[in-house]
Ligand binder design. Structure first.
Ligand code: MN
Length: 310
């Protein structure tokens, strides 16, 4: 049996007005999507992508259990974005990248990584960082041809040209990578906001420093922002351990608030440091709102009573 522990962080960055990235963290399914398109259509596209996948995983008997089902689910999500863009002309041309993984057989330790576009899934195993996915980008094709190096690609002026994206056509070509999980494997899913701002050795340094999954997600987003934060950055970190006992709930989320579909409407880290920090409404916000409501009701009653008695 494999057990997952998950951390997630998303941030608008230092330059952009809105966050068009989305992510999903549910039991056995973890994805990051980086939307594109004007008038907030990008965040719609990325939200449809992760939302459709989580619905399919939750509704299917036993979830998505093999590579073909994962690929089909991504295709269904692609079609959902494409149809939404047809129905609403203001969203025409919207699209999104998508990368992430699905636990297809927890007992046999099998997962499937899926990818469309230039968001990335990395694997940290035995102290080495390896990119599992291959970018569908113009600069990656230049790297493949030997025209530029991987380091040059990261700062190339055409680095934002993607060759595949979800929602642009009714059909999408999905890369899938079946993998056998080993105890201690750490998967890092990220939008290009991280890789455009940070070199592999900087990412590795944060991995070595981090105290856990949530700390690493926070650190990597902060790293991207420190280096410029010119794009939205989203990071999901999934640690797997092999356990003997079957567990009812196979996923432990380090930060409860990110245990769902996430996007960052408040333009701040939803994830920095301990739960219940200032970046999200605290329980006291609700208490305060109810107190204000009770107070205004009391004043109304008092005014009515005083008008009545006088
Ligand atoms: Mn991006």
């Amino acid at each position: 049996m494999i057990r997952a522990t998950v951390g997630a962080c998303t941030d608008v960055g230092r330059v952009r007005d809105g966050n068009e990235d989305s992510f999903v963290v549910i039991d056995g399914l973890y994805f990051v999507a980086d939307g594109m398109g004007g008038h907030s259509a990008g965040e719609v596209a990325s939200a449809i992508a992760v939302g459709t996948l989580s619905d399919l995983h939750s509704s299917a008997d036993g979830g998505l259990v093999d590579e073909d089902q994962v690929a089909d689910a991504v295709s269904t999500a692609n079609l959902a974005i494409f149809m939404e863009a047809i129905e609403d002309p203001s969203k025409a041309g919207m699209g999104t990248t998508l990368t992430g993984l699905v636990v297809t057989d927890a007992v046999a330790h099998k997962i499937v990584v899926a990818n469309v576009g230039d968001s990335r899934t990395y694997l940290w195993r035995h102290g080495e960082l390896r990119q599992v996915t291959k970018d569908h980008s113009h600069v990656q094709s230049l790297v493949d041809r030997g025209a530029i190096t991987r380091a040059e690609a990261r700062v190339h002026f055409q680095r934002n040209i993607v060759l595949r994206a979800m929602g642009i056509e009714s059909y999408v070509d999905v890369d899938t990578f079946p993998l056998d999980v080993e105890d201690g494997d750490r998967f890092i899913l990220c939008s290009d906001g991280l890789v455009d701002e940070a070199a592999d050795d900087e990412i590795e340094a944060e991995i070595r420093e981090a105290s856990g999954v949530q700390d690493l997600a926070d650190r990597l987003v902060n790293l991207a922002n420190r280096n410029g934060g010119r794009d939205n950055t989203t990071v999901v970190v999934v640690d797997f351990e092999i356990v003997d006992e079957p567990t009812v709930n196979a996923t432990t989320v380090a930060d409860e608030s990110s245990a769902t579909i996430g996007s960052d409407d408040e333009h701040e880290l939803i994830c920095t440091l301990p739960p219940d920090d200032a970046s999200r409404p605290s329980p006291w916000f609700a208490v305060g709102a109810w107190s204000m409501f009770a107070l205004s009701a009391a004043i109304t009653v008092a005014v009515m009573v005083s008008a009545f008695v006088s």
